[in-house]
Design a protein around this ligand. Structure first.
Ligand SMILES: O=C(O)c1ccccc1N[C@@H]1O[C@H](COP(=O)(O)O)[C@@H](O)[C@H]1O
Length: 221
């Protein structure tokens, strides 16, 4: 099943909805962003979630923050995983005490080998997030990259695709490229706030794509 991350959650109701709908990760942004929350708000927001046996993993999103502060926030806010969306290098990643979602931002000129090298150079463990590079932004811009590049990335990598995903386009992405996971922020918002109807539609589209893929696999047996 394709893993789902809903990012940029700022209120308890949306966090609870994501949990009820069975998303795999919720993302809390600690970096400079209109979706930024404080560690105190993060504790409040995840209080109920943390008591549940079956719950989403809580990802903290950071951009060029000191490793000490990231580790401290992870401890204080019970973060399960750290998303690094800045220019952090391999040494830096080695100092992070939680599993990492390492973002690589690409543009139309990025070649697959270059992306593989960049992924290897970070030394990041676990999950590799591919997002669209947008000048002046580290993420959450709602911009999509050319997915064709995904065909040339190693299938051994856990690739999570981000950037401009929506309830309307995520099914096509999954059916064509079978990513390990998908990550969305702007595409499930209306008027700058998370929209429950769009979150539900996004998850429905992912599940529908998964069911179609399963049908194809079963038919081939
Ligand atoms: O969401 C933000 O505001 C943000 C700020 C700084 C770094 C990353 C951020 N979000 C990440 O951006 C991508 C794509 O989001 P979108 O769906 O295109 O809006 C996603 O990985 C978020 O985790």
């Amino acid at each position: 099943m394709t893993r789902i991350k809903i990012c940029g959650i700022t209120d308890v109701e949306t966090a609870s909805l994501c949990m009820r709908l069975g998303v795999d990760f919720i993302g809390l942004v600690f970096a400079d962003s209109r979706r930024r929350i404080t560690p105190e708000q993060a504790v409040e927001l995840t209080r109920t979630i943390l008591t549940q046996a079956k719950r989403p993993k809580i990802a903290g999103v950071f951009v060029n923050e000191t490793a000490g502060k990231v580790n401290h926030t992870a401890e204080a806010c019970h973060l399960d995983v750290i998303q690094l969306s800045g220019d952090e290098d391999g040494d830096y990643c080695g100092r992070i005490t939680r599993p990492i979602i390492r973002a690589t931002r690409i543009d139309q000129t990025s070649a697959a080998e270059e992306i593989q090298c960049r992924i290897a150079a970070t030394g990041a463990r676990d999950i590799h997030l591919i997002d669209r590079h947008s000048p002046g932004s580290f993420g959450g811009s709602g911009q999509k990259f050319d997915w064709a590049i995904l065909e040339n990335l190693s299938p051994a990598l856990k690739i999570m695709v981000a950037g401009g995903l929506t309830p309307e386009n995520v099914e096509e992405l999954i059916l064509r490229y079978h990513p390990w996971g998908v990550d969305v922020s702007s595409g499930v918002e209306s008027h700058g706030r998370k929209d429950p109807a769009k979150i539900m539609a996004f998850i429905r589209a992912v599940r529908q794509a998964d069911a179609k893929l399963k049908g194809v696999t079963n038919a081939a047996r």
